[in-house]
Design a protein around this ligand. Sequence first.
Ligand SMILES: Cc1ncc(COP(=O)(O)O)c(C=O)c1O
Ligand SMILES: [Zn+2]
Length: 433
Amino acid sequence: MTLTAPGSLQADSAAGGPVPPSPARGLVCRNCGATFGLIAEHACAECFGPLEVDYDAELMAAVTREQIEAGPQNIWRYAALLPVGQDPADRVSLDPGMTPLVRADRLAAELGITGGLWVKDDSANPTHSFKDRVVSLAATAAKGLGYRKIAAASTGNLANSVAAHAARVGLPSYVFIPSDLEPGKVVQSAVYGQTLVAVDGSYDDVNRLTSELAETDEFEDTAFVNQNVRPYYAEGSKTMGYEIAEQLGWRIPAQVVIPMASGSLLTKVDKAWRELVKAGIVADTEWRVFGAQSAGCDPIATAFDNGWDVVKPVKPTGIAKSLNIGNPADGPYALDAIRRTGGSVGRVGDEQIVEGIRDLARTTGVFAETAGGVTVAVLRQLVEDGRLDPTQETVVLNTGEGLKTLDPLLPVVGFTHRVEPSLRSVRSAGLIS
Ligand SMILES: Cc1ncc(COP(=O)(O)O)c(C=O)c1O
Ligand SMILES: [Zn+2]
């Protein structure tokens, strides 16, 4: 199965208006450079290296700010920079994106950041995490490639998003998650009435199982969003980078702190900015990319600290379950981006993660899930040990919603007072004199 060739989607959309051509030329191996058509494969037939979308440089260079600004208030405003979904009629999407970029002056003051601090709040997406961006791309590619079902191995947020996308368009989905995920993540996957399989194992076990399932007759007609259509899926994360630049007034921030599980999001934010520079949409300024992991699952942090090019798998533990990928597929590429830009990687323990969630909520009004707690706690660590420059403009990514991971907060936050319904009781609680 292949998608339509580049430049050929030029007919007028059923929804009206001209449809920009797809800039996608094919897939290219990130390891050996071998090229392929727009096929449903994520590994190179020559060397098993990961495949990514290869773009037509001329079509990308022709994209303008004005063209983007005239688009819808969601990720599809960047359709001319994405591999699929140029024609609205082709999209399988909850239309995520254009989430708030929140100025975090009070957090900046607390941390001693004087160059400006922003939180990109992706909890505002339809299923409350950045995964709606990647699933919209994957599901649209799956439709274009002729698949009849979608599936995923997930640490939770991807499960939520795949099930919701499937429910919206009436496509069957099969989601596989570790059986010990947070109740919030389980309920938010189950409520859409799709197939949800709990696997008694880690995410890495689940991922191995779904790779085996993809080879069976029953799943032959199934797009596994982070496996056989992964090259298209991963491009969805670029939209977070495009939006940050656009929301800053077409400017790239000097520093960004990004949570890492597989490492894909980090590599794609960096890629988005390189594309915007190359297309002449933003000025060619320098930026540094910082990665955030939890101490319970820190394979990329360990590789960074030791100067390794390869990432040694770990067995994940700890409360940041959405980031608990012990064998990160994009780890080496995340390391490349971090080292090339002069960034670094931080790791924080469970107590710091909870503090990170509370610090962000207390100073910005944004309630993050554990992954956001990791990112904010790593930001604090990077400032304290001098790796992040407090005089430079910085963006931190909140990739998921706090209501999804209430469990670690329940023992530490709650009522500040409890009273009888009488002024006397309120007085004795010290709220009035
Ligand atoms: C909330 C949240 N943030 C960040 C990530 C990391 O994404 P990636 O696997 O692209 O590194 C995930 C992955 O599941 C996630 O759920
Ligand atoms: Zn290859």
